[in-house]
Design a protein around this ligand. Structure first.
Ligand SMILES: Nc1nc2c(c(=O)[nH]1)N[C@H]1C(S)=C(S)[C@@H](COP(=O)(O)OP(=O)(O)OC[C@H]3O[C@@H](n4cnc5c(=O)[nH]c(N)nc54)[C@H](O)[C@@H]3O)O[C@H]1N2
Ligand SMILES: Nc1nc2c(c(=O)[nH]1)N[C@H]1C(S)=C(S)[C@@H](COP(=O)(O)OP(=O)(O)OC[C@H]3O[C@@H](n4cnc5c(=O)[nH]c(N)nc54)[C@H](O)[C@@H]3O)O[C@H]1N2
Ligand code: SF4
Ligand SMILES: [Mo]
Length: 715
């Protein structure tokens, strides 16, 4: 099909969680422009500058288009068959020699936006049968998922903020005006926040920096990094001291007894001195949360990637339940997605698991079959039985994304065998023996399996390909299935036959076939891919509605307010006495991160349309702190930790809490062996060269990326 004949193709952007509907308008020459689709049932025309990167990404000369094999330290082009056969035989022989778990895998963030991979990965892992699985989950939202699994019975059953209908929104550790929202898919969030404030509603932001979101809100208060668990426990204590109005959730909630006693000795004055938030503010927030007609407590990345991230997410759920805002319009609710992957996972026994086994080197708990990524390098570098010898990364850039990236580099260098499925030869994949590049996302159809589960409104949209796929190209999932069909040992004749049939069926029906089945067996009767395709602007399935207790996946169909593991996390938090008086000496600062609207984690810095903006990689420091260190705007400083040091310029500001510095991650692309022409010219260094991998949420193992102590000296 020659797509250039079409005037316009509608497609959902796959770059972030906001799922904006876009229109690709073609001219007679077959070139196209990208704009927001006003008729889109979900996003109604909202979009951001990153959308322009879709075209750049497709046209990027540095984007790999055929398999590469390392021979004598040079990457050379090889055929798909040669690569796939050799990789499978190497993996098979390493597993045979050193055991299944001697091969590790790492799944990066773009997989969450990739329908084919989400469908294929469980099968792939089943064939690989390694315990050494890692992903970006444990440097991000692991606490959300762990808490959901413990309280609601399913790792993906996350309560979603009904931002379209609420009166009061408390935001902690999130900057949706830049990130466009996370675990709250909703296009045009800045407008929604502004509208809420300008109407009768109220938006309060607690953040160590006066962020872009804070500037849209009714109120902003600085909070000391890493101390949200204190603040949230004070709010819970205050709520429990008043008569509760839990609403209909009361009849299917377990564990209300004894909750008040658990929080009885939380000292609000102490909380105020630890967090830096005034007692009156803590009281007002508590009052507003319980007195507003509808209210939401929403805490995201900044509160999950801290020392007590699991406690934070548990307390946030408690707050929404105790204020009567759970499973209620204007509060938080569960979605009813047309492709109900939540129920399908439950049927296949994937509701989530915790602590069934522990990692070899640091004895960290597994979650849903994965170990915390902060210990991936340890498992590769630490000798002994069970050491990882081979590695497969799928759309991940652990060198720039995991704490202690330099240790990760050493680990990758030491491997016997490494295969990367990735579109770039970048900081991580340059160490690979093979890089297998998938086709560009515009070359195939797209469907959001995960983010429809996390959206603030139930809708469904199908995204066709925009351009014709290259002749010799393979989609991500096709690479996976070809590898899958080649790996594994001692299969029975029957198993081999089953694999052959599955391979044949998958090749024939593809991702669209899988999508069609998912829709047909989903909760909306009569839906099919054919019907969906007939609606290029999507189908609106309505606002979020109460769904409990039916939607719960706990055995007793009750919400568990006090699951034992979360009580353990709570006790760990309460007994960490050293932490009650965090010490920051002269010249030391608490580190927080920062995202930029024209960037996405570590991998969109090679795109001309996003590249034109100014240098984004600098330190933001409070003016008074800068003066104490005799710094002025633009001064170079050295940031160091026990792990390493980096040099960056500072920007002095009053829009950050004194004693705190903010640095973005995902920069530093000029390393030898990368092929990122534009990105390599951008100034910047990798923040994760100094973040300490031993600092984790002691309960879940999630990385601490906010609140680490950094020493600063002027250069
Ligand atoms: N200090 C600090 N560290 C952080 C964060 C932070 O805020 N501060 N944020 C954390 C968060 S939230 C996350 S999610 C992680 C992300 O961590 P990762 O997922 O490891 O890293 P990304 O930067 O998303 O890199 C994505 C990789 O996928 C490749 N890629 C892009 N599209 C495709 C595709 O379609 N197919 C394939 N096969 N490859 C593709 C890119 O080239 C790149 O190598 O980083 C975390 N690390
Ligand atoms: N433009 C752009 N959009 C993105 C991404 C990107 O890199 N660029 N990445 C995507 C990904 S993978 C994710 S996970 C989402 C994340 O999206 P969000 O969850 O919105 O996270 P961030 O934008 O990192 O904002 C985190 C906020 O937490 C604050 N913070 C840091 N430490 C603390 C603390 O201890 N307490 C409190 N209360 N606040 C703290 C930071 O100052 C920051 O403002 O964004 C996604 N969208
Ligand atoms: S907000 Fe996210 S989904 Fe929307 S256009 Fe920007 S990158 Fe794409
Ligand atoms: Mo993320």
């Amino acid at each position: 099909m020659d797509k250039s004949q079409n005037k316009a193709i509608k497609r959902v952007c796959n770059l972030c969680e906001a799922m904006c509907g876009l229109t690709f308008e073609f001219n007679d020459q077959g070139s196209y422009t990208i704009r927001g689709n006003k008729d889109d049932v979900f996003s109604k025309g909202a979009f951001c500058p990153k959308s322009q990167g879709l075209k750049d990404l497709h046209e990027d000369k540095d984007r790999l288009t055929h398999p590469l094999k390392r021979i004598n330290n040079e990457f050379v082009r090889v055929s798909w068959d040669e690569a796939l056969d050799d990789i499978a035989s190497r993996i098979n022989s390493i597993q045979k020699e050193s055991g299944r778990s001697s091969v590790a895998t790492y799944i990066g963030n773009p997989n969450a936006h990739n329908f084919g991979n989400l469908m294929m990965l469980p099968m792939f892992f089943k064939a690989l049968r390694t315990r050494n699985k890692y992903s970006a989950t444990s440097v991000d939202q692991l606490p959300h998922m762990l808490v959901a699994q413990q309280m609601f019975g399913h790792q993906l059953l996350l309560p979603i903020a009904d931002i379209d209908h609420t009166q009061y929104l408390l935001i902690l550790g999130a900057n949706p005006a830049v990130s466009n929202g996370s675990l709250m898919s909703s296009a045009g969030l800045s407008t929604k926040i502004k509208r809420l404030k300008e109407g009768s509603g109220k938006v309060v932001v607690l953040d160590p920096r006066y962020t872009e979101t804070a500037s849209l809100a009714s109120e902003h208060h600085f909070i000391r990094p890493g101390t949200d668990a204190f603040l949230l426990s004070a709010v819970v204590k205050i709520l429990l001291e008043k008569p509760l109005k839990i609403g209909h959730v009361d009849s299917f909630t377990r564990g209300l007894d004894g909750l008040k006693e658990l929080f009885a000795d939380v000292d609000i004055n102490m909380v105020s001195s630890v967090t830096g938030v005034a007692v009156s503010v803590i009281e007002e927030i508590s009052r507003d949360l319980s007195a507003s007609e509808t209210a939401i407590c929403y805490g995201r990345f900044g509160v999950s990637t801290q020392a007590f991230g699991t406690v934070c997410q548990w307390l946030i759920n408690l707050i929404n339940i105790l204020t009567g805002n759970f499973d209620r319009q204007g509060g938080v609710l569960f979605t009813k997605p047309a492709f109900d992957v939540v129920s399908l996972m439950a049927k296949s026994g994937s509701k989530g698991s915790f602590n069934r086994h522990r990692s070899r080197v640091r004895n960290l708990p597994e979650f849903s079959g994965e170990y915390p990524s902060a210990t991936l390098a340890d498992e590769i570098l630490t000798r002994g039985e069970g050491q990882v010898r081979a590695f497969i990364s799928i759309a991940g850039n652990p060198v720039l994304s995991l704490p202690n990236g330099q240790k990760m580099e050493k680990a990758l260098e030491s491997l016997d065998f490494y295969v990367a499925i990735d579109i770039y030869q970048n900081e991580t994949t340059r160490f690979a023996d093979y890089i297998l590049p998938p086709s560009s996302s515009l070359e195939h159809s797209h469907f959001d399996l995960v983010f429809n589960v996390l959206a603030t409104r139930d809708t469904i949209r199908y995204s066709p390909a925009i351009v014709e796929a290259g002749k010799d190209s393979m989609e991500d999932w096709e690479i996976l299935i070809e590898l899958w069909s080649r790996i594994g040992h001692s299969m029975s004749w029957m198993q081999k036959q089953q694999r052959k049939w599955t391979l044949k069926a998958m090749r024939k029906f593809g991702t669209d076939g899988m999508l069609d089945i998912g829709l047909r067996i989903g909760p909306y009767k009569g839906l099919s891919l054919r019907k969906l395709k007939a609606q290029p602007d999507g189908i609106d399935l309505g606002a979020l509605k109460p769904s409990l207790p039916g939607r719960l996946f706990t055995r007793d169909k009750k919400i568990n307010l006090q699951p034992n593991p979360l009580l353990d996390a709570w006790r760990m938090f309460r007994s960490d006495s050293q932490w009650h008086k965090p010490r920051v000496d002269h010249g030391e600062f608490l580190l927080i991160g920062r995202r930029n609207l024209k960037s996405n984690n570590s991998w969109m810095h090679n795109l001309p349309s996003l590249h034109r903006s100014k240098d984004q990689c600098f330190v933001i420091m409070h003016k008074d702190d800068g003066e104490k260190l005799a710094l002025s705007d633009g001064s170079q400083v050295r940031l160091s930790t026990d792990v390493g040091s980096i040099d960056l310029p500072v920007s002095l500001s009053t829009r950050i809490m004194p004693g705190v510095i903010s640095v973005p991650h995902g920069w530093g692309h000029h390393r030898p062996g990368t092929r990122l022409g534009l990105a390599a010219q951008v100034p910047g260094v990798s923040l994760n060269d100094i973040t300490d991998d031993t600092q984790i949420d002691g309960f879940s193992g999630n990385a601490v990326l906010n609140g680490q102590v950094v020493r600063i000296v002027p250069l």
